[in-house]
Design a protein around this ligand. Structure first.
Ligand code: HEM
Ligand SMILES: [Cu+2]
Length: 560
């Protein structure tokens, strides 16, 4: 047995899998940390969801009658913040943690302790965010992007106020993400098993790699912007305060220089999940593997030069708007290539419409829709018209719910047997899918006509003619809220007493499916030697030279 030393960890650090107490400990096992991220972020997803229910409750009627306007402002700010910083980012980091070492044939991440520290900062961020409800004046109210001068207002005059707490939390979350990025990039570059060249890496690993490179280059800008805003608020500097000679538009540059690429930090791993899931349930190799791999990197690079599309109406000169309009439209090239590759993969495949596949297909359909409205928004004349309206809210919820959250669900169901050693209930999974799919469209489709008719975002009241579509949207929102119930029920019951999962229940090809469910503490008894490309469905060569090939053989030889 080749024993590859791993910095700072020994078997003694890892309690045996299946012991629930380890999830509350400072574990350095990437699999424990992965599940810690996933469960923590899901709890915050529910919190963000409750805020969403309040928003939709308020918007059933044209008047601001359910909650006070300031409460409404706090609610949409915290809803957006929690959903982004405490649900999508950490849950994807959770999957990356769990899967990357397994998929590249490593025993753990490069820096296991750093990994654990990065994770434990997430509950700190969450608790700070929630604590902001209890400071005088309540939580931040300036929207998830906290533009000055609104974010500099500090109506209560207290030094400790919701906006300060918000900025602190965002800065800590930034530090945690930078730690994670260093760890992922090092792990993927340095810890791949023998034979696993870059062009033999699964596409989820490519996606995480590209996404984490964005984190490394972009996060310093956001963190700097947040710290400067914090200084303006607390010690009286005037970087962004126009009344004292500061430049508020400068903040928008700091913010979007990171936060546009950040949407790719979120979406790239989802693309990676699509690329893992479609071949398994279509029983076909992924179409155009190399091109899909390279387009992840291309998306990451181009995403760095499009940020001004969020600032078309911030006094940006015409020539600059034109340049950024073209760079933005260019992102659709590598993205379109991927969509084409997935469609070609499922095309004429022998589809198995299990829950993960349903979620992945549903998410792909909604991504295509979001892509169309996205290209519309990239066009200056269209954006000038619908900027700050519900059209934008509709567009990004098709991305963030329709694609990202649905894609996350696909991943949860797909890897649930591997992570827990138990099977989930298929019928509950399908019920969950249909409720979520119908709910998403009912909730977010009406936002497009509303936006085109001129309904502004971030308002607690609106003109009566907008009421019809708002009622439909609210019904969809409540349906979405309810759709989480069969999911939670399924996960809890199945984890406790589901049927025992075999090592490879989906007859998938990949290193993670060649080890037991759940995998042993050190992942691989013997480090695998990779001898073929991933996604060899329907081909006959085995994936590794040394591990047991039984699973891959059964998959490869049976044509189904
Ligand atoms: C049941 C599910 C959801 C419902 C009903 C919902 C509803 C809403 C509504 C009504 C707004 C607009 C508030 C306003 O402008 O007045 C909003 C904003 C937002 N939502 Fe959601 N949402 C849901 C899920 C999500 C998810 C899953 C994410 C991200 C992963 C997300 C991210 C955001 C963001 C970033 C904003 C912008 C906040 C701001 O304007 O600062 N939402 N949501
Ligand atoms: Cu953008």
């Amino acid at each position: 047995m080749t024993n590859i030393p791993i910095e700072g960890i020994s078997i003694a650090d890892h309690p045996s899998p299946g012991n629930w107490k380890q999830y509350f400990s400072f574990s350095t096992d990437h699999k424990v940390i992965g599940i810690q991220y996933l469960v923590t972020s899901f709890i915050f997803f529910l919190v963000g969801g409750i805020f969403a229910m309040v928003l939709r409750g308020e918007l059933i009627t044209p008047d601001a009658d359910l909650v006070d306007r300031t409460v409404y402002n706090g609610m949409f700010t915290m809803h957006g913040t929690v959903m982004l910083f405490l649900w999508t980012f950490p849950s994807l980091v959770g999957f990356a943690n769990y899967l990357v070492p397994l998929m590249i044939g490593a025993r753990d991440m490069a820096f296991p302790r750093l990994n654990a520290v990065a994770f434990w900062m997430v509950p700190v961020v969450g608790i700070l965010m929630m604590a902001s409800f209890f400071v005088p004046g309540g939580p931040a109210q300036a929207g998830w992007w906290s533009y000055p001068p609104v974010s500099l207002q500090n109506p209560t005059g207290n030094l400790i106020n919701g906006q300060v707490v918000w900025l602190l939390a965002v800065a800590i979350s930034g530090v945690s993400s930078i730690m994670g990025a260093v760890n992922f990039v090092t792990t993927i570059v340095k810890m791949r098993a023998p034979g696993m060249g870059f062009f033999r890496m699964p596409l989820f690993v490519w996606a995480v790699f590209s996404a984490q490179i964005i984190q490394l280059f972009g996060l310093p800008a956001l963190t700097a912007g947040a710290v400067m805003l914090l200084l303006d608020l607390t010690v009286g500097t005037a970087f962004f305060d126009p009344s004292r000679g500061g430049n508020p538009v400068m903040f928008q540059h700091y913010f979007w220089f990171y936060s546009h690429p950040a949407v790719y930090v979120i979406i790239l791993p989802i693309f990676g999940i699509f690329s893992e899931i479609f071949p398994v349930y279509a029983r076909k190799p992924l179409f155009g593997y190399k091109v899909v791999a390279v387009s992840s990197i291309l998306i990451a690079v181009v995403s760095g030069i499009v940020w001004v599309h969020h600032m078309y109406v911030s006094g940006t000169p015409g020539w600059m708007r034109l340049i950024f309009m073209f760079t933005t439209m260019f992102v659709s090239v590598p993205t379109g290539i991927k969509v084409f590759a997935w469609v070609a993969t499922v095309w004429e495949g022998k589809l198995r419409l299990t829950t993960p596949m349903l979620f992945a297909l549903g998410a792909l359909v909604m991504f295509v829709f979001a892509g169309i409205t996205g290209i519309m928004l990239s066009s200056v004349p269209v954006d000038v018209h619908v900027n700050n309206t519900y059209f934008v809210v509709g567009h990004f919820h098709y991305v963030l719910y329709g694609t990202v959250t649905m894609g996350l669900y696909a991943a949860i169901y797909h890897w649930f047997p591997k992570m827990t050693g138990r099977m989930y209930q298929e019928s509950w999974g399908k019920l969950h899918f249909w409720l979520a799919f119908i709910g998403t469209n009912l909730n977010f489709l009406p936002m497009h006509p509303l936006g085109l008719q001129g309904m502004l975002r971030r308002v607690a009241s609106y003109a009566p003619e907008y009421q019809f579509w708002n009622i439909v949207a609210s019904l969809g929102g409540f349906l979405l809220g309810m759709s989480t119930l069969p999911f939670i029920f399924n996960m809890v019951i199945s984890w406790m007493q589901g049927e025992k999962a075999p090592d490879n229940p989906w007859r998938a090809i990949g290193l993670e499916w060649m080890v037991s469910s759940p995998p042993p503490v050190e992942n691989f008894e013997e480090i695998p030697i990779i001898i073929s490309e991933p996604y060899g469905y329907g081909k006959s060569e085995p994936l590794t030279a040394n591990l047991e090939h039984e699973h891959s053989h059964t998959t490869l030889t049976s044509a189904d």
